[in-house]
Ligand binder design. Sequence first.
Ligand code: GUN
Length: 324
Amino acid sequence: MSAERATEALPDAERARDAGGRGARILDGRAIAQAVRGEVRELARALVGRGVVPGLAVVLVGDDPASQVYVKNKDRAAHEVGFAVRTLRLGAETTQEELLGTVRELNGDRAVHAILVQLPLPRGLDAAAVLRAIDPAKDVDGLHPENVAELVLGSGRGLVPCTPAGCLELCDRSGIALAGRRVVVLGRSNLVGKPLALLALARDATLTVCHSRTRELADVVREAEVLFAAVGRAALVRGDWVAEGAAVIDVGINRLPDGRLCGDVDFEAARERAGAITPVPGGVGPMTIAMLVRNTLLAAARQSGLEGVIAASTPAGQEPSAPA
Ligand code: GUN
């Protein structure tokens, strides 16, 4: 598809430019995440009123500096919405058996509705085995094979990984439609790329997944009316890879040698061509944490037979999809 056709297909909301008529609409993930967290706070209050305090356990193994920051932010966000949060910090020397023992203990704790084991784990620990050990009902990361299967089936019964769900929520609340449109997911990780592709398909996107082995990558990305970039390579996507008017959702959070954060997209160049774009930081990152508290709320409501209390706000990706 040409860039012109991609632009033609855009709804008004996405064609909207800033006051000067130049540059993309900047999608403010912080503001949207704040709105989601406000809604979760209200709904959590309703659960607490019925005697259920949503409980989240976060497990951090080792001393990876980035993970420590992420976990601190998750802990704070969950406190702010009124959850009972338990952050377990385990030493880097923790064995697989000890970690599995911790997970099993949390599985059996009725006050804990949601378990998150922060990734990556230190070398020598088997993350896949740890994720399999988490009770799927408490798997707030949506990475247990049972939850992955529910996502593949589009059943709406599982828990959906937070970052992909956050991407969808951001699109929904920004008027960016996926149905029938050319959506390109750049990246194929289990944590982001694959679940995002499934969520986009469930929303009737015409989907392309590309990755490090894709030939003519720039040409594939230029086809996107909606681009999700999730490869973890700073500014890989050049400005001229972006179709005029496209919506660009940048999942990358890369640390540059000078300490600054940079997405997977060359933001300054891409904003000249895109219709809408997320900044880094301040785009997808805050949405991940918003969806973590949303998933925790959902897990707590389901485990307590109170799903009806929060039914009015179905999170992105949680609704069943038609397979046709
Ligand atoms: N590390 C980076 N992102 C994530 C995430 O979404 N969940 C977990 N568990 N670890 C992560």
